[in-house]
Design a protein around this ligand. Structure first.
Ligand SMILES: *[C@@H]1O[C@H](CO)[C@@H](O)[C@H](O)[C@H]1NC(C)=O
Ligand SMILES: *[C@@H]1O[C@H](CO)[C@@H](O)[C@H](O)[C@H]1NC(C)=O
Ligand SMILES: *[C@@H]1O[C@H](CO)[C@@H](O)[C@H](O)[C@H]1NC(C)=O
Ligand SMILES: *[C@@H]1O[C@H](CO)[C@@H](O)[C@H](O)[C@H]1NC(C)=O
Length: 559
């Protein structure tokens, strides 16, 4: 069996080694040859590998294209230096194929070489060459015809095939409105997506060799040309636009233009001066139009660098024009209201503030005593500390003489009761003042004049309970003495309480008359017995500042 093994070894060694690569210019083994006959000015793609259609982008880099020169040398086609020839997937595309592009192309893929003979002829050389561009209306029934169908009359043509963007067009279940009938594509309903480049191929024999005749149709789908003038969405006609003098201002105009195949829209802002001369405003921005099948929306912005008084007297016109006609919207500038509104606000604010101040001061005026009492209660220093006085107030009133005043005996509530009971019950018991009531504190029988003056001087205030009886009584001397004391080094203050109305007699000493007319008087009213009434507040207001009694009382209780 050895010879069989040897034979095998020899057989394997005798096999030729596969060449890695065939370089350009060397004789190469052509795997396949194809012939294309195309028409000048068409956008045409030629595939390297016919079937199946290779669309993977990876292939793009694996395919090399060459142009074979007449001497048989190959020139690689570098697509980057030729804008009219592009490579995509397995095809080479001519954006507009020319007679000069005729020749022999060789493509290499997976070490397989394919020779492609390209012959470009003019469309004129074919009698009855069809339309290369078709514009059709959306939704309508349309037919795409192969433009080269009438070429080569009498020749046997076969295998008519349609491609759209390099993909074969076939009748499909999902698209029942598309049918392939004879050399045409029939679209029973045309959709926007039907637009694109269609290529029709058929085969025939010319001079004993098989050729593929390839022609293309640029198929455009659109709406009917508009019958309408442009429509200005914004601004409104007669709109008043607020502007500030000296400030820049942007004017925007947004316009809808209906679909037109040959579309030359005009959109601009025009300033119409008061003397009816016109200026076109500088355009600052024209937004990329928003398109749909019915038309486009354009938004133009123009700029006034500085609004002037003249601008306020001018009108501004947005002008839009298409082939049907023109539309305008006119606006005016008005001085910004904000200023007036602001002014009104400031005015209103001031008035409100003033009113508040008035009301506030009114309140303060009405509540002055309360406020002072409050202040004294919490903030003020006790003015009774540190002076050598023994009493907060000396009370001067008309004393009842058992012998003389029978007529007043029935008066159960007279000034004596007020002075000796009511005053102390409020000022002493509640507010912790120390009163000096002669009958009670000094001499139940009466005092000498000098003693009385001394006692008045030991008091911080003198409370005078005024009545007709008081005016006529000897006690008026105490009033007179107190007035004298107010003028001394350590002055005391007078608190006049009008217990009952009285007439000033002629005999009244001059100083008393003056004091009565100059000093404020607190009027007593019997119903004012409650501690918090105005009467007591007024009295307390005139009394010395003394710290809250309840605090002092609790202090004392604690001790
Ligand atoms: C591309 O085509 C245009 C006309 O379609 C032509 O003028 C131009 O010279 C061509 N460019 C190249 C690089 O062939
Ligand atoms: C076929 O041959 C004739 C003459 O032999 C020539 O004129 C014609 O151009 C050729 N056709 C093609 C497509 O090569
Ligand atoms: C604007 O018009 C008013 C009257 O309408 C006129 O008094 C004023 O002078 C004009 N101002 C300018 C700057 O033209
Ligand atoms: C705009 O249209 C009106 C008719 O609607 C026409 O009279 C006018 O001349 C047009 N303006 C321009 C600038 O074409």
């Amino acid at each position: 069996m050895d010879w069989i093994v040897w034979m095998l070894v020899i057989y394997i060694l005798k096999q030729p080694v596969k060449t890695e690569e065939n370089h350009a210019g060397l004789p190469i083994a052509i795997h396949e040859e194809q012939r294309y006959q195309v028409f000048a000015k068409d956008k045409i793609s030629i595939p390297c590998v016919q079937e199946p259609t290779q669309t993977s982008p990876v292939i793009e880099n694996q395919i090399q294209w060459f142009f074979e020169k007449s001497n048989g040398n190959l020139n690689e086609i570098h697509i980057n230096n030729n804008v009219n020839i592009t490579k995509k997937a397995n095809v080479i595309s001519f954006s507009s194929v020319e007679i000069s592009n005729s020749g022999i192309y060789i493509c290499k893929f997976n070490n397989i070489y394919t020779r492609i003979i390209l012959k470009v002829i003019t469309k004129d050389s074919c009698l009855g060459y069809g339309q290369s561009n078709q514009f059709v209306l959306l939704s309508a029934k349309n037919t795409i015809s192969c433009p080269s169908r009438l070429c080569y009359p009498g020749q046997n043509k076969w295998k008519i095939k349609w491609y759209k963007n390099e993909i074969e067009v076939l009748e499909r279940q999902e698209r029942i409105t598309l049918k392939l009938i004879d050399e045409t594509i029939v679209l029973y309903t045309t959709y926007p997506t039907d637009a694109g480049l269609y290529t029709c191929d058929y085969s025939l024999f010319l001079n004993e060799s098989q050729w593929t005749v390839r022609a293309s149709v640029d198929f455009e789908v659109g709406a009917q040309d508009t019958q309408e003038k442009p429509q200005i969405f914004h601004p409104e006609n007669g709109e008043h636009v607020e502007a500030e003098i000296g400030k820049p201002l942007e004017l925007r105009c947004s316009v809808f233009f209906g679909f037109e195949r040959t579309f030359n829209p005009i959109i601009k802002w025009i300033k119409l001066h008061p003397d009816f001369t016109k200026d076109e405003l500088r355009q600052t921005h024209l937004e990329a139009p928003k398109k749909n099948i019915r038309g486009t929306v354009h938004i133009l912005t123009s700029m006034l660098d500085k609004v002037t008084l003249n601008d306020l007297n001018s009108t501004f016109i947005c002008y839009a024009q298409n082939s049907v006609g023109n539309t305008t919207k006119v606006i005016k500038l008005v001085k910004k209201k904000a200023d007036i509104v602001c002014l009104v606000y400031i005015l209103c604010g001031s008035v409100v503030l003033l009113l508040m101040m008035l009301v506030g001061s009114g309140l303060i005026y009405l509540r002055w005593i309360e406020l002072v009492l409050l202040y004294r209660n919490y903030m003020s220093k006790d003015e009774t500390l540190g002076d050598d006085k023994d009493f907060d107030a000396f009370v001067s009133y008309a004393k009842q003489n058992c012998d003389s005043d029978e007529e007043f005996i029935e008066d159960t509530y007279n000034e004596e009761i007020f002075a000796t009971r009511v005053l102390p019950s409020v000022l002493e018991s509640t507010y912790n003042y120390k009163l000096c009531i002669l009958e009670r504190d000094i001499l139940p029988g009466g005092a000498y004049v000098e003693d009385i003056v001394k006692i008045i001087k030991r008091s911080r205030r003198a409370i005078v309970v005024l009545s007709q009886r008081y005016i006529n009584s000897p006690s008026i001397f105490e009033f007179q003495a107190a007035i004298t004391c107010t003028l001394e080094e350590e002055p005391i203050k007078l608190i006049l309480i009008e217990f009952s109305p009285f007439k000033e007699p002629e005999s009244l000493p001059q100083v008393v008359k003056k004091a009565l007319s100059a000093l404020p008087t607190v009027v007593w009213n019997k119903s004012n017995s409650s501690k918090n009434t105005k009467f007591w507040k007024k009295v307390r207001y005139h009394m010395p500042v003394k710290k809250n009694l309840s605090l002092e009382k609790t202090d004392i209780l604690m001790k």
